[in-house]
Design a protein around this ligand. Structure first.
Ligand SMILES: NC(=O)c1ccc[n+]([C@@H]2O[C@H](COP(=O)([O-])OP(=O)(O)OC[C@H]3O[C@@H](n4cnc5c(N)ncnc54)[C@H](OP(=O)(O)O)[C@@H]3O)[C@@H](O)[C@H]2O)c1
Length: 249
């Protein structure tokens, strides 16, 4: 039986693109969304039998476990792969010393405790089947930092280290886990505030000058690597962090 894929941040830019691609391949998906669903509503209509949507806040461990369990029971699907794209971004763009401590905590809470919660909820199913493939999303900021984004860059580095640690802990259960760390991706930013769009534009323009391939990553650039990391062909690569940065170190 094909192992179901769980995608967090499924209504996000990357999450919804991945969902569409895997649906076309005939996969069954458990899609975890937070508040918005505008990017996956059409997919639910097009592929009603291949999608189960779970609306929850990753910060709430008990709610997450309960809803995941219910979805698995209702569908009878066997989860065996996880793509964790959900994230909270920096949105005040201030140097660390000027950053509101509450905003700092909220970003770290979602990006690290949220990651802990999804792994803690999903891994018991993988252990039971002695099979699991996991991709977490970091960012190239794990190696270059992010001026005016210290909470985001710190928490993304934490995610890469969670995967290194889990790779060692779960190897005996045939669970493989890696982090994919892209540089800037060309995304739909229409939902962002004007100030955040401006921050991103400046960041992109500066970055593109330094990228040897002179462009941002596309969704396709990222999908190929993730597909391989989650495939049966990958039985030995675990605990690694992969940078998708067009040659920028
Ligand atoms: N885009 C880039 O340029 C870029 C570059 C490097 C790395 N990355 C990484 O790639 C991944 C995907 O990026 P993206 O651009 O697709 O992000 P995105 O469009 O902002 O999607 C993030 C998703 O996370 C969800 N989320 C936020 N808080 C949540 C919570 N408490 N519980 C559950 N879900 C929550 C959001 O749902 P709601 O909107 O409903 O809150 C949203 O759908 C992220 O991990 C990001 O850090 C992105």
């Amino acid at each position: 039986m094909k192992k179901t894929i769980i995608i967090t941040g499924a209504n996000g830019n990357v999450g919804s693109y991945f969902a569409a691609q895997y649906l076309e391949l005939g996969e069954n998906l458990l899609l975890i969304i937070h508040e918005k669903d505008h990017r996956i509503i059409g997919l639910k209509k097009k592929y009603p039998k291949q999608i189960q949507i779970i609306k929850t806040d990753l910060i709430d461990l008990e709610a997450l476990k309960k809803k995941l369990n219910k979805a698995i029971k209702e569908t009878g699907w066997q989860p065996g792969r996880l793509i964790h794209t959900a994230t909270k971004r920096s949105h005040d763009f201030k140097p660390l010393v000027d950053t509101d401590p509450e905003i700092w905590k909220q970003i770290v809470l979602m990006n690290l405790v949220g990651t802990f919660n999804i792994l803690k909820s999903v891994i018991p199913y993988f252990r039971k089947n002695k099979y699991g493939k996991i991709v977490l999303f970091g960012s190239n900021v794990t190696r270059i930092g992010l001026p005016k984004g210290s909470a985001y860059s710190a928490s993304k580095a934490g995610i890469a280290n969670i995967s290194r640690t889990l790779a060692a802990e779960e190897a005996k259960n045939n669970i493989i886990i890696n982090t994919v760390s892209p540089g800037p991706i060309k995304i739909d930013d229409s939902q962002f505030s004007e100030s955040y769009r401006k921050f991103r534009e400046e960041y992109y323009n500066k970055n593109i000058r330094d990228i040897p391939l002179k462009r941002c990553a596309s969704f396709e650039d990222i999908l190929g690597l993730c597909k391989f990391l989650l495939s049966k062909e990958n039985s030995y690569i675990t605990g690694e962090e992969f940078f998708i940065t067009g040659g920028k170190i």
